[in-house]
Structures are given as C-alpha cells and as structure tokens.
Design a protein around this ligand. Structure first.
Ligand SMILES: Cc1cc2nc3c(=O)[nH]c(=O)nc-3n(C[C@H](O)[C@H](O)[C@H](O)COP(=O)(O)OP(=O)(O)OC[C@H]3O[C@@H](n4cnc5c(N)ncnc54)[C@H](O)[C@@H]3O)c2cc1C
Length: 445
C-alpha cells in the first residue's frame, strides 16, 4: 500500500502511483507501469474490469445494441489483437470480453482493488497527492493514502450533459439511462442529438417505437461502416496519406456519390466540411429515414404539453424525449486540480501542470482511441520512471508540460461546439507523440 507519511520525492519500496479506474485507459496505464517495473495501486469502484463496456457497471452509458464504431482491425491495444472470429465491428459484450482477456493476459486483474471508490484527491503542501478511498465493505470508513503520482482513468462518459426542454410534460431522459429498445414500445419517441449513440438509439426507436423522430441542430456527414466491402477506417488507411484538404475533398465526393443528397431524407446539408465534426459512422439511420420508419427534424424551438415545435415551424406530439446530448468530461473527485469540466487542462490530453498528476482517456479523436491511449500510457510511465532514474530528462519534460502547446487538429477547422474543444486529429496526434517520445528517448509500441 502507499505511504501515509508526507515526505517528498519518489521511493522505490512502496507504490508511488495510484491508478483510478479499470476501464481501457486504466488497464493501459497498469500495463505500462508494470512494463517499466514501477509499482502502483490500482482501484476500481465496480467489481470487475471493462469500464463503460460492462453494461452492468452502474451508471454506464452502454446499451444493448451498441457496437464498436471503429473497426476491430485498428482498434486493438498494440500487441494484443482482437480475436480473429470477431466481426468487423464487435458488440459491447465482445469488447468487454476482449478487455477482460487483456487484463488477465498481462496479469493486471489480480493487482486491482475492486469495489473501491476514490472520493477525493487533494494536493499536499509537499506536492504529493492524498486520495480518499472508500471500500464497499466499509463505506463509512474512508481511508487516506498519499502518492507521488495519480493517474485519473475514470472515464468521461458518466456525467450526462442534460438540456432543458421547458414546457414539455412528457418523460425526458438522458441516453445514459437507456439500455434496451423495448423501452420504446408503444411510445412516441424523439431522440435529440446525432452523435454515434444518438443515431444508434434513433435506429432502435425506428424499429420498436410507436413513432420515432430524431432532432439535430445541424447537418452532418454520415459515413458508412463499410466501403467496397472494407471497414471504412481500414479503407481510409489503405490509400496513400493525403493532405487533409485533399482527403476532405476526395472522401466528401465519395460520400456524396454513396449517400446522394441527404436533404431528400429530411436531413439538413452539413454546414461544415467532412471531418470537422466527430465522424458519425452509421448507415442504418439513412436506411430507416428512407423507409419512413423515422423522421428527421431540426433543433427544438419550444414545447407545450406533449407537443414539440421545431425551428422550421413543424410540430409533433411525443411521450418520451431521449436526450443523446453527450457528457461532461468531469473528474468529480479532483475537479479543481484538473480544471475545465469539458476539456481538462492536460498537456497532450494526459499531463497536468501539477507535477505528478496525469489523466488517461481524455483524448477526443477521429479514430479508435486505444492505440493513442497506449502511447500516452507508455509516456506517462516513462515520465514517472525518469523522475527516479533520469532527473534531467524528467525536468526537461516538465518544461514541455508547462510550455509546449502544439496544434494537433491536423489542419481541421473543427466546429466550435463544446464536444470539439480540445479535439485532436489522430494522425497529427500520433505523429506528435512519436516525435516527443523519440526526443525524450522513450520507447513506444
Ligand atoms: C456506445 C459507445 C461506443 C464507443 N465506441 C468506441 C469505439 O468504437 N472505439 C473507441 O476507441 N472508443 C469508443 N468509445 C469510447 C469509450 O469511451 C472508450 O472505448 C473507453 O471505454 C473509454 O475508456 P476509459 O477507461 O477512459 O473509461 P471508462 O470505460 O469509462 O472506464 C472508467 C472506469 O473508471 C471507474 N471509475 C470511475 N470513477 C471512479 C472512482 N471515483 N473511483 C474508482 N473507479 C472509478 C469506472 O467504474 C470505470 O470502470 C465508445 C463509447 C460508447 C459509449
């Protein structure tokens, strides 16, 4: 266990690091620390690994019809491919099984303290961190442990971003509470928001609700999950690397050929170039719109009783409004240390200006996140290792954390919504991380 004395500097005899959360990010952090021979404590409030992919983890945003949005080929952790018999886009249960086998394979599971919640992390005067930890077996007996390093890997899709629909007297729920299409049976349902979850859930409603509609404030690009028989990300990676402006033009044209003019389906034209919002990978929504099983509407203007009026003047009665309006990226046990709730103040999405404080899983990007997570985990572990073994290199990177502010958008003019604050292009991010790691003498997989 960690020291409870407040001395400064790292030690080699007791864990100096706490990892919070055993979802994909926490597991990546644990593997990286173990690879570096660094000791750590690892706590998880649920009783097993997998994070939000465990539909039974209380408060998880997972729903029965959820599948991976990025394909299995490009979404695995380095050196641990997904099973060959997995489909291109695995189901949430398959992703959970993959994460559990990852944790078991690298002997991470036995080192996790389950049913253990971090309720607060504060900084000591000596620059260390005191974590208040509660075990489910003794909820009224909080334990205080002090660490040199804390890695928050507690996820960013737990705190719903709820919007108000004043005047509406029907049921209003956030998608975090949604599990099963049968919840829609016999109801007139309006899904608000066209992120990947919103589109999935709208398709569930198209199949099971008495009447289904989806409201989106702007037009989007809808990217099919397969192109020419290949998962779309594999297809995109198989061609030559093109400048972003050319890629936007070529793929934009291809999508117009494949989807045609989506305004014929009641959708709005995109008001931005391709890739300037988080990609929506969904071909089913266009299918259901084309079959009249769901209706597309613009944003909500007002509501009275059961009637919702949209910004184009159209109106419809609903029993249920399901808000697929995203999440706030909170760190509830240490918000003052991490800063902004939507976009925590972290260099390269991982390194805090508070020495010894890290975050993993905060990267918002246009590809599968696990490879970036793994690179960042290795960099965090290397930085922690440097603190004890290469102090000059450690100081050099502390200077980077304080002063380096790279543009990682890859030339994308992202729309100005909260979701895209701090959003990075995965190619630009990968290139930059590799460049930094190479300068620091750190090895990445
Ligand atoms: C429907 C859906 C589809 C997605 N599809 C993809 C995809 O195709 N590709 C992709 O790369 N990403 C996808 N994602 C993104 C997803 O966020 C990541 O895959 C991943 O689960 C995030 O991992 P994480 O470890 O950061 O967080 P989480 O999976 O949220 O795990 C955080 C863990 O921390 C624990 N925890 C939280 N607070 C505390 C505390 N105070 N004390 C102790 N433990 C705590 C939680 O119980 C949880 O186990 C998808 C997300 C959703 C919702």
């Amino acid at each position: 266990m960690a020291d409870t004395t407040a001395t400064t500097g790292p030690r080699s005899t007791t864990p100096s690091t706490l990892i919070i959360g055993a979802g994909p990010a926490g597991l990546a952090a644990a593997r990286a620390l173990a690879n570096h021979g660094l000791d750590y404590d690892h706590v998880e409030r649920h009783h097993s690994v997998g994070g939000l992919w465990d539909i039974d983890n209380p408060g998880s945003p997972m729903y029965e019809s959820a599948h991976f949005i990025s394909s299995k080929t490009l979404s695995n952790f380095p050196s641990f491919p997904m099973p060959q018999d997995y489909p291109d886009y695995p189901s949430h249960r398959q992703i959970l099984a993959y994460l559990q086998s990852f944790a078991n394979h690298f002997h991470l599971t036995e080192r996790i303290q389950f049913d253990t919640t971090v309720t607060e992390v504060t900084r000591t005067e000596a620059g260390r961190f005191t974590a208040t930890v509660t075990e489910a077996s003794a909820p009224n007996e909080p334990i205080h442990r002090t660490y040199d390093h804390v890695i928050a890997a507690s996820g960013v899709q737990w705190e719903p971003n709820v919007i108000d629909v004043p005047g509406f007297t029907g049921e209003v729920r956030h998608s975090v509470t949604y599990r099963d299409p049968q919840e829609f049976a016999g109801k007139r349902v309006l899904v608000v928001g066209a992120g990947n979850s919103g589109c999935d859930i709208a398709c569930d409603a198209a199949r099971t609700a008495a009447h289904a509609e989806i409201s989106m404030r702007r037009g989007y690009w809808f990217i099919p999950k397969h192109i020419f028989g290949m998962p779309v990300d594999v297809f995109a990676e198989s061609g030559p690397a093109l400048p972003m402006a050319v890629e936007q033009k070529v793929f934009g044209r291809l999508l117009r050929i494949i989807n045609g003019d989506v305004t014929r389906l009641g959708l709005q034209s995109p008001d931005h170039k391709l890739f300037e919002t988080h990609p929506i990978l969904n071909d089913q929504l266009l299918h259901y719109l084309g079959h009249g099983d769901i209706t597309a509407r613009p944003g909500i203007a007002s509501a009275t009783g059961a009637t919702v009026t949209f910004t184009d003047g159209s109106a419809q009665d609903f029993d249920l409004i399901l808000l697929a309006t995203g999440y706030r990226h909170t760190v509830p046990y240490a918000q003052d240390l991490y800063g902004d709730e939507q976009h925590p103040d972290l260099y390269l999405t991982a390194f805090s200006k508070h020495t010894g404080l890290y975050g993993l899983g905060f990267v918002e990007t246009n590809s599968g996140a696990y490879r970036l997570m793994d690179m960042l985990a290795e960099m965090i572990a290397s930085h922690i290792w440097d603190r004890a073994h290469r102090p000059r290199q450690w100081e050099r990177f502390e200077h980077h954390i304080a002063h380096d502010r790279p543009d990682l958008t890859g030339g994308l003019h992202l729309v100005g919504s909260p979701r895209h604050q701090g959003y990075v292009d995965s190619h630009a991010m990968t290139r930059y991380l590799r460049m930094v790691a190479s300068r620091m003498g750190w090895e990445l997989r």
